[in-house]
Design a protein around this ligand. Structure first.
Ligand SMILES: Nc1ncnc2c1ncn2[C@@H]1O[C@H](COP(=O)(O)OP(=O)(O)OP(=O)(O)O)[C@@H](O)[C@H]1O
Length: 234
């Protein structure tokens, strides 16, 4: 579905991505893990076409994304920090996004809006929302257009335990529906029961891409956090 081939990206002297190759398929829930600054967000932004690699290329359903912007409508993206016009209400932001996407044929998925109880606070201005509520708006927008691919950057950061469970349940459901889900998170316990694959990055390099089963087998650890701690310590 998404294939990155030898993707390299430099910011001045810093090599943020160093020859990254990875294949991400339908039905997988892939966790991108790595220390701060290892290149996870830069990689995600390359997949989204927000950062252009210096070399290498990325295909989405076999088409090079460099020559085809259409693919983006198949991706729901939840950024690490969602930035919205502060004076707009939640309702206005949702309407604006629906307007921009103009995908009237698409069956909207408003489940998260209801489960997060955002429908009871649609009149509130974005600038007055708590950090967690802002995250809920970002999550709801990522799922709203029923995309084939979900890219979630630190989705549970700032969410309370109940909302984290609601989001995890939603991710599980979408995975079962055959979607591809890519998640970065430092809270590994949040990923334990939803992830099928792990991509581990370090200093811009992809250190490994394994199924969770394989990682558990290789490290002898059942829990993702313990398995990764072992890898990081080795
Ligand atoms: N636009 C940019 N200009 C210059 N340097 C950048 C830019 N974007 C990212 N970097 C640098 O590239 C490196 C990788 O950053 P990136 O945000 O991809 O890391 P990350 O793995 O997502 O980190 P974190 O876990 O902290 O979110 C960092 O050293 C960062 O400072």
């Amino acid at each position: 579905m998404i294939i990155a081939t030898s993707v390299t990206k430099k910011f001045g002297k810093l090599t943020a991505l160093d020859n990254i190759s990875a294949t991400c398929n339908k039905g997988q829930t892939i966790s991108l893990i790595g220390p701060n600054g290892s290149g996870k967000t830069t990689f995600i932004k390359c997949l989204l076409g927000m950062v252009v690699p210096d070399s290498g290329f990325i295909t989405f359903n076999k088409q090079n994304i460099a020559h085809n912007w259409q693919y983006r409508s198949a991706i729901g993206y939840m950024p690490q920090i969602g930035r919205y016009p502060e004076n707009m209400t939640i309702a206005q932001v949702l309407d604006m996004m629906k307007d921009i996407r103009k995908q009237s044929a698409v069956q909207l998925d408003e489940e998260l809006i209801h489960l997060f109880k955002l429908d009871g606070m649609l009149h509130k201005r974005m600038g007055n929302l708590s950090g967690g509520t802002r995250q809920k708006v970002s999550a709801s927008l990522a799922f709203l257009f029923n995309p084939d691919v979900l890219i979630l950057d630190e989705p549970t950061a700032g969410l309370d335990p109940l909302s984290t469970e609601i989001l995890k349940e939603k991710i599980r459901k979408e995975k079962q529906a055959g979607k591809l889900v890519l998640i970065t998170s430092h809270i590994l316990s949040d990923l334990d029961d939803i992830v099928t694959e792990v991509i581990y990055m370090e200093e811009g390099r992809l250190r490994f891409h394994k199924s969770l089963n394989q990682l558990q087998e290789d490290t002898g650890e059942k829990k993702l956090s313990r398995a990764i701690a072992q890898v990081m310590g080795s």
